[in-house]
Design a binder for this molecule. Structure first.
Ligand SMILES: [Zn+2]
Length: 128
């Protein structure tokens, strides 16, 4: 179970809010409903559950579970992590979501966290 307010919960919220933006833009013609997940039950998204299509909801649930069971503490950003615990299909999904929502996030309340993410990824690429 993700604990509301924890770093893992915040990271998960960021990932899933990114997914929601991506979904709202790319899956406009698909039926989209409130996400049903452990994270929603734990209240990590606040009062508004993310609205997602079935594919994005599947990805969100997967991302929640991966973060929940991450063996690192503190959890690194997934893009810089050496464990690569996502299956290829979901890594690809994460890339698509980040490509769309990353730049957008700099104009949102997630800006600081997103910026940390970008800087950490750069640093990682520089030393690897
Ligand atoms: Zn979608």
């Amino acid at each position: 179970m993700l604990v509301k307010g924890s770093q893992k919960a915040k990271d998960t919220e960021l990932t899933v809010r990114f997914t929601q933006w991506y979904c709202a833009h790319h899956h406009r013609d698909v039926a989209r409903t409130e996400l049903v997940s452990g994270g929603v039950e734990a209240g990590i998204y606040g009062k508004k559950a993310p609205i997602l299509c079935a594919d994005c909801a599947r990805y969100a649930n997967y991302a929640e579970r991966r973060t929940e069971t991450c063996r690192f503490d503190p959890k690194p950003f997934c893009s810089t992590c050496t464990a690569k615990c996502y299956k290829p299909e979901m890594t690809e999904y994460a890339r698509k979501v980040m490509r769309y929502s990353g730049p957008r996030s700099l104009r949102s309340r997630f800006a600081l966290r997103a910026l940390q993410h970008i800087l950490a990824s750069r640093r990682h690429k520089g030393t690897d």
